[in-house]
Design a protein around this ligand. Structure first.
Ligand SMILES: Nc1ncnc2c1ncn2[C@@H]1O[C@H](COP(=O)(O)OP(=O)(O)OP(=O)(O)O)[C@@H](O)[C@H]1O
Ligand SMILES: [Mg+2]
Length: 192
């Protein structure tokens, strides 16, 4: 099972989402859980080096060749973190995905990059958005949720903005984040 986390836009929450999804998968008993780091920046690999998650291993795969090798494991689950901007590599990852999680932020400027990313997803591959660092009670968030509903795009999660999540590898994975991402994982896998 290959879960690909993609948005061509940078800084939306892809790496954070990949780490939390992997932790949620390990907690659910998937074995092995492999985090595939397709980003040359290797922020995910560095995160896992600084603060490993039990039951999760990392494979760095910053090229199409290494990526396709890392993604064709039959057993367990692979969660793939992709780089911003690199359309070829993102397309390669998405083409081999069983399900695609698209992290995004609230706010109108975010829609178009998500749409470009969605257009890369094959018709039969399930995909949904996760609104990251959400501020509950804001018009921005309400409008963003309404927009995706209007577009017929499933919202697989709304993850609140939290200092403990922003801390990344500086802190332990945050329980509230793990719970929300567990729900995201469930939705992403159910739609297959
Ligand atoms: N729920 C959240 N609450 C607070 N901060 C968050 C949350 N999710 C993500 N962030 C923060 O947003 C920033 C961008 O997140 P992240 O690095 O995961 O995005 P990315 O899409 O992987 O970025 P890049 O495109 O550069 O790889 C980080 O500082 C991260 O800590
Ligand atoms: Mg990243």
């Amino acid at each position: 099972m290959n879960v690909v986390v993609s948005n061509l836009k940078g800084g939306v929450g892809k790496t954070t989402t990949a780490v939390y999804l992997a932790a949620a998968a390990a907690a659910r008993g998937y074995d092995p859980v492999v985090l595939v780091d397709a980003d040359r920046q290797a922020s995910l690999a560095e995160w896992m080096e600084e603060r490993p998650v039990e039951g999760v291993t990392v494979v760095e795969a910053p090229s199409e060749r290494t990526l396709s090798r890392a993604m064709h494991e039959d057993e367990g689950i692979a969660i793939v973190d992709t780089p911003p901007g690199d359309e070829r590599l993102v397309q390669a990852a998405i083409s081999s995905a069983d399900t695609v999680v698209i992290p995004t932020r609230a706010g109108g400027v975010e829609f178009s990059r998500v749409q470009v990313t969605r257009e890369m997803v094959p018709a039969r591959t399930p995909h949904g958005v996760v609104i990251c660092a959400a501020r509950f009670g804001t018009n921005d968030l309400d409008e963003t949720i309404a927009w995706w509903k209007g577009e017929g795009v499933p919202i697989w999660g709304v993850v609140p903005e939290r200092v403990a999540i922003a801390a990344g590898p500086e802190a332990r994975l945050y329980r509230e984040g793990l719970e929300e991402y567990d729900a995201v994982l469930r939705r992403a896998l159910r739609r297959r």
